[in-house]
Design a protein around this ligand. Structure first.
Ligand code: HEM
Length: 156
């Protein structure tokens, strides 16, 4: 069962590939909001993103395990399948995709505790600025390597 893009991806694969475009754009917006001191909007956007991503990843896992099941069948026609690059890009993608949600959860829990309800700059600020940037780079890496994997597996 393939999705709605004119490639071999499943419905959920197509959806996640497109959703990651929105995620990257919203991360840039969120970074800019925080940088301009609009921290309440930044917090709300980050919490919203985390909830939507949590739901999307759950649906994605359900799709791959129970609905599409054998994504390898969809990837087999790719010239990169036999050469091993489909699996290599999946491995590279997982280097980003596995730690990212864990690091995000740490950043969010620490931010909720560290900034309190006033969101005033304070002792937590410097850790959060560094950790938040790392979290955004990890998410960007997840998106870029995910797009490359989608291309070598389901487009080529
Ligand atoms: C994974 C989720 C999050 C990421 C990736 C993230 C990322 C960032 C980044 C990169 C900055 C620095 C912006 C700059 O200096 O230009 C920042 C600032 C800030 N963030 Fe977040 N953030 C996240 C979640 C949150 C949450 C949940 C809250 C509130 C509870 C929050 C509150 C703040 C505040 C108050 C600042 C300003 C810090 C200061 O300069 O004192 N963030 N965030």
């Amino acid at each position: 069962m393939t999705g709605y893009l004119p490639f071999r991806g499943s419905f959920m694969l197509d959806t996640v590939v497109l959703a990651m475009v929105a995620v990257v754009v919203l991360l840039a917006v969120s970074l800019s909001l925080a940088g301009r001191g609009r921290v309440r909007a930044h917090r709300n956007l980050q919490l919203g993103l985390a909830i939507v991503l949590g739901i999307a990843v759950t649906l994605f896992e359900i799709d791959l395990r129970f609905v599409t099941r054998d994504w390898q069948k969809l990837a087999e026609p790719s010239p990169y399948f036999a050469s091993g690059w489909v699996h290599r890009w999946l491995a590279i993608h997982l280097v980003f995709a596995v730690p990212t949600p864990i690091w995000w959860a740490v950043v969010i829990v620490r931010a909720l505790r560290g900034f309190g309800s006033q969101l005033a700059p304070g002792a937590h600020s410097s850790w959060h600025r560094v950790a938040g940037r790392i979290a955004m780079v990890l998410m960007l890496g997840t998106a870029i390597t995910g797009w490359i994997f989608y291309y070598v597996a389901f487009v080529a």
